[in-house]
Each structure stands twice: as C-alpha cells, then as structure tokens.
Design a protein around this ligand. Structure first.
Ligand code: SF4
Length: 217
C-alpha cells in the first residue's frame, strides 16, 4: 500500500530531548545496537494492531524490530504464531524470517525511555506516529493494547473518553468508531510474568477472544 502519511519517525527524530540524550549515550556505548526510534513491524493486510509501550533496552532498541530480543518478545511471538498471526520461527533476531500474517506491531513511544518510563510529554509527542499508522491501515479491525499506557494513548489519539473504556486485562471494547474493537492485556513483560500478574494462559485467552472477532480467513 502506498501512503503519504509518515508512519515511522526518522531515525534521528529530535523531538524528545531526554530520549535523544539517552539514545546518543547508548549509541556511544553500544555502537552495534539499533539505538533509534523503532519502526512498526507489519505483515500484509493487517487486521490486528498490537501496541506496546516502548522499545526494551536489550530488545527492540538493540535489534530494531518491536519486541525482538527480550523476554516480552518470546511470549508475544510464541502466542502470535500459535494463533496464526505470525508464521515461521521466532529466533529473537530481525533476520529470523518470521512474518506477521494479518497483524502489525508498534509501540506507543518509539524511542527507548530510561527505566521503561516515558513521560506524559513524550507519549504525547509520539502519538502522531501511532495515529498515522492507524490512518495508513484502515483495514485494521482490532487493537491489542499491551498495558494501560498503550490503552490510554490510543483512546486519546482517537479523541475517545477514557472513562467510557476503562483498562482491564481481558476486556473487549467496541470503540464505536472506525469499526474498531480494542482488547486489553497486561503487558507481556518479564516483570509481569515473573510476578504472576500475567500468565501465558491469561495472555492466550486474550488472543482466543481476538480470534472470535477476527476468524482466520
Ligand atoms: S519518542 Fe517519538 S517523538 Fe519522541 S524522539 Fe522518539 S520518535 Fe521522536
């Protein structure tokens, strides 16, 4: 699909000074890492948009592909493959040949934030890229928000009231616009799985719900 919308920021995006400082420091420290805003990963004709929080330091920030190279990716890609939203073998590298099938993955904030905590201003600054990604893919019917920040920033991007669509793991929201459904999950981070906040079964049950609304073609 060709599109005039800028869906991915430039690799030297200067908008968020704190994140630029962090990025340039890591570029000096780890010149072999990606260390730049991480572009969306997508397959053909995506109907599912997965939104994470931000790149992980040794995951997407290192490899340049969302959720690739750290624990969160292990659980996400294993589950995407199981539910036929991806095919191939996930080997934690961008050149592993894994392909998304009817899905795309992006982050609410494209640059790595210190301690995985973006500020409100940084979330706001990066929101136009999330909106442009959605605008460029009007065929998307379901959004999976991984965590409250992804959930909230997506609602804000669509000018929807958060009070009408409260975040809760396993929730399904009919957004009443653009023919979109939103599904909520706790983020598939190592912290959440180690603490038992999110189990593999809980994560899979969200995908079972998504597949009810997005049956395989
Ligand atoms: S977080 Fe987004 S807006 Fe901010 S510097 Fe990175 S790419 Fe640019």
């Amino acid at each position: 699909m060709t599109c005039d919308l800028v869906t991915d920021p430039p690799l030297d995006c200067p908008v968020c000074p704190r994140l630029v400082d962090f990025r340039t420091g890591l570029q000096r420290e780890h010149p072999d890492w990606f260390n730049a805003p991480v572009p969306t990963f997508q397959g053909d004709n995506p109907r599912l948009l997965v939104i994470g929080l931000a790149p992980g330091m040794r995951g997407a920030n290192r490899t340049g592909r969302p959720f690739t190279g750290d624990y969160a990716g292990d659980l996400l890609y294993e589950t995407l493959i199981e539910f036929n939203f991806a095919k191939g073998q996930y080997q934690a590298r961008p050149d592993d040949g894994l392909m998304l099938t009817g899905a795309m993955i992006t982050n609410a904030v494209r640059c790595l934030p210190p301690e995985n905590k973006p500020t409100g201003a940084e979330i706001k600054a990066c929101r136009p890229y999330l909106m442009a990604t959605l605008d460029a893919n009007p065929q998307v019917r379901a959004v999976l928000a991984l965590g409250r920040i992804a959930h909230d920033t997506f609602l804000t991007a669509l000018n929807l009231r958060k009070a009408l669509f409260p975040f809760a793991h396993g929730s399904r929201h009919d957004l009443g616009t653009r023919n979109l459904l939103m599904f909520d999950s706790y983020h598939c981070s190592r912290y959440n799985t180690n603490t038992g906040r999110l189990t593999s079964e809980m994560f899979k049950s969200v995908f079972t719900s998504i597949r009810t609304d997005l049956p395989e073609a």
